[in-house]
Design a protein around this ligand. Structure first.
Ligand code: FEO
Length: 393
């Protein structure tokens, strides 16, 4: 068990670093592990725990509150179990403690963790609770990434406890952000995988945070920000800016024909000064694909034909892109087939959420020939022209 780490007088980090975790929700890759950050905050009269840890880590976390005789409140920013998992344990050992959560979060804690309703008090957006010399101000920030999520702002310290918002799946001994490049990628991965579909709401939530002008942001995953402008500006870029002059190209190839087409298209796009990011879905980390979708203007899917349909890995990638609702403006499909194919129709049907212009696909029979490579050049030229027309850089 890590000992509590002092942030300032009356405020300690009391979380767990999960160095070995490699998958979240049995779906999301965590190449760099993660942490579950909880915080113990004291006023002159009251003491509060902000979030807990994943239920898998209760064993190594148990004991962190030893010596804490009275715990008045436990703030649950989010009902997902990586933060709420140890709430029943805390309530059992601190029978005086009341959970503070949004109304929606209260209902979810009852459903998911069977917490007795009389142990939870619902709080409203903007409501304040005094600890004595310190104030908890609750700020509803829905859809980060569930509907019940909120942050807590402490105006006396100008610190925002943001839970998943601004978090990064990153196991590090650094309490504060020190390696900005590493944190930027981990935070962007986190945004891409769980928050990108809710961009409009995230934008409004960002305005609420900006209005408070925090000097520190303490998320529930990854290191804390002592220069919040770093992560606020990154989020503002991800949610607000136009897509960039970039093509994302997820593909699979079984016998090299689709691979040859992908390689040719990558070269043709590169010649036209377009950044292209190919992802071989048979080996790629799907989180890297999600990160690339944050900025891309165009999606080109490369697939062979399997039983008349796209390769199953391509179904998965297309479904993911559709669910994440990135800022894409154009899409196309390339690939090879043996005797007949419905790959184009079936991929197009998988991406109704993407408000894109579909550019002419390039499908070839067998290994590509010269006319197929010329068609790929034409596709590259069309993409370049469309990006120019939209002023994408
Ligand atoms: Fe870190 Fe949505 O839980």
């Amino acid at each position: 068990m890590l000992k509590p780490r002092k942030i300032k007088d009356g405020l300690h980090w009391v979380g767990v670093i999960d160095w070995d975790r490699r998958l979240f929700d049995a779906l999301v890759p965590l190449p760099d592990g993660t942490s579950y950050n909880a915080y113990l905050l004291e006023g002159t009269e009251k003491r509060v725990l902000l979030d807990t840890v994943d239920s898998d880590k209760i064993g190594s976390w148990r004991g962190v509150l030893d010596g804490v005789e009275r715990l008045d409140y436990l703030v649950a920013h989010h009902a997902e179990q990586d933060h709420s998992g140890a709430i029943p344990e805390v309530l059992a050992s601190h029978t005086e403690c009341t959970v503070l959560a949004t109304e929606k979060c209260k209902a979810m804690l009852i459903d998911h963790l069977h917490i007795p309703p009389n142990r939870i008090r619902a709080v409203a957006d903007g409501e304040t609770v005094s600890l004595g010399g310190r104030t908890l101000e609750f700020v509803k920030t829905p859809w980060v990434h569930w509907p019940e999520t909120m942050c807590t702002y402490v105006p006396e310290d100008r610190i925002l406890f943001s839970c998943d918002f601004f978090g990064s799946h990153l196991a590090t001994s650094d309490l504060w952000v020190r390696d900005r490049g590493q944190v930027y990628e981990a935070a962007k991965r986190y945004y891409a995988e769980i928050m990108m579909p809710f961009r409009q709401t995230i934008r409004r939530n960002l305005e609420k945070v900006r209005a408070r002008n925090p000097v520190w942001i303490a998320p529930s995953h990854g290191p804390l920000y002592d220069d919040p402008s770093f992560i606020l500006e990154a989020y503002e870029d991800w949610v607000n800016s136009e897509p960039k002059n970039e093509v994302v190209l997820p593909y699979v190839s079984m016998h090299g024909s689709t691979e040859a087409m992908v390689r040719h298209l990558v070269g043709a796009l590169t010649e036209r000064e377009i950044t292209v990011r190919p992802f071989n879905l048979s080996v790629t980390d799907i989180g890297k694909l999600a990160i690339a979708l944050v900025d891309a203007a165009t999606l080109v899917v490369g697939t062979p034909t399997v039983h008349v349909s796209p390769h199953p890995a391509v179904f998965y990638a297309a479904h993911l892109a559709n669910a994440l609702r990135p800022k894409l403006q154009f899409a196309s499909i390339i690939g090879s087939y043996g005797w007949s194919s419905k790959a184009i129709e079936r991929i197009a049907a998988l991406i109704p959420n993407l408000k894109v212009d579909l550019l002419d696909p390039v499908l070839c029979k067998g290994y590509p020939r010269e006319p197929d490579f010329k068609a790929l050049d034409t596709l590259a030229e069309t993409i370049a022209a469309r990006h120019r027309e939209r002023g994408l850089r």
